[in-house]
Write a protein that binds this ligand. Sequence first.
Ligand code: ASP
Length: 445
Amino acid sequence: MALKVTKFGGSSVSSSKQFKKVKQIVEADPDRRYVVVSAPGKRFSSDSKITDLLYLLDAHRQYHVDASNVFKLIRERFLEIKEELGLKTPIEKELDAMAASLNSMSENEIVSRGEYFCARLMAEYLGFPFVDAAEVIRINHDKSIDWDATRARLKAVMNEYPHFVFPGFYGMSANGKIMVFSRGGGDVTGAILANIMEADVYENWTDVSGFLMADPRIVRDPQPITHITYSELRELSYMGASVLHEDAVFPAQENNIPIHILNTNRPQDAGTIIQETSNVPRRYPITGLAGKPGFMSIYIYKKHMSNEIGYMRKVLSVLERYNVSIEHIPSGIDSFTVIVSESEVADSLYEILHEIKRQVDPDEIKVQDHIALISTVGKTMSHQPGTAGRLFDALGREKINIVMIAQDSNEINITVGVNEKDLGRTIEVIYNEFVTKAEEQRAAL
Ligand code: ASP
C-alpha cells in the first residue's frame, strides 16, 4: 500500500461545501491516510481568511481595542461549518475558553488556532483521529525544525494511528510555546510529514491545477506544466511563480518525494508533479518562464580593471555591508554590472555609490533603474544548442532591447534584463516562440 501525505490549503477547507469535496477526494484513494489542513481561507474574493482575522484579533488585543466583533466572525465561520455538516466536536467550549484567555495567549498561539479548529472538525468529518501539531512538530527558536525530536514524535504517532488529520502551520518550541511558520506554512508542515514518513507522494491540494508555463495575466490560456524538477521550480518561484511555499520544496527534495499539486475544485485535472528527475518527454523546449520588475543595475568601469586583483570583491563588500543581496553580475573585461533589487537599495543608494567611489575609485559608475528580469527555465535547454539563439532572435525581431543576459553553467535558466515597460511583451514573445509556434507546427502536421 502506498503512503500519501495529502495537504489541503485554505481555499479547499473554506466552507462546508469545500469540506465535502475534501472528503470525496480522501475517500477516493485509500492511500490518502495522513491529511494536513490549513485554516479556512476565502470563500469568495472579498471574503477574509481565518488566519488574517486571527492576526487582526491579536492586533486588537495588543492595542487594547475591543476584539469581540472580530472574534465573532471567526467563531461564526467555524460554527457554520460544524452545523452545516452536522458535526458534534464541542468546539464552542474551546472557542469560549479562547475568548476568555486572549490576554494570556501569545500571537503565535492565537494565529495557530485557525488550523487547530479546522483540523478538529475535519478529523470528525473524515472519521480520522485528530493529532495535534503541538505534540509532534518541534520548532527551534530560529524557526528551523528540530528534525530529531519531530521524527521521534511522528514515528510514535504513526505507530499508534494508521491515519489521522493534522493541523498545518504550527508546532511547539522546546520550552512548550506554540510557534508558527511564515505565512502559507501549512505547505511546510505537509512536506515535513512527507519527509519523515518517507511518503510515496506529497499531494498538495489547492485552488489551481498546478503551475502554468507563464503568468495567465500576461499570456492568454498558458499551457499547464505537468512535470517539473525541483531545481526548475526553484528558478521559476524565485521569479514570482508561486503556488507552493518555498520552504516546502527542500524537505520533499531531500528524500526525493514527488510533490503533486492538485486542484480541489477540479480533481480530474492532471496538476503538476514536481520531482528530481522524470523520464516523461517534455512537449516544449522550455518548461516555463516568469519575470518580475523592480531591479536596478550598477555599472562600474575602471581602465585596466582586469589587472587589478580584488577590485570586484571590494565593490561587493560595500554592498554586503549595506545588507544588499546581489542578483547577477554580468561582466566585461574592465567593467562589470551588479544587478540588485531596487527595494533593497532604496534608502541607501547614494551612500552605497559614495562608498564604492571612495573604495575603488572607478572611472565610471552608472545606475539604471526600472529593470525587469525574465527567466526562461527548462532542463531540456542544457546541452542543447539553439535555445538561446532562438530566444535572442525572437526578442531582436520584436525590437526588445536587452540590458542584461545571464545563464549559469547548469544551463537550465536564461535570464534577460529588459526595461520594465517591456516585461509583458518579452514574456509573450518568448512564450510564442517556444510554445505557440510548437503548437502551430503540430497542428499543421
Ligand atoms: N493559515 C496560514 C496562512 O494563511 C498557513 C497556511 O494557510 O498554509 O498563512
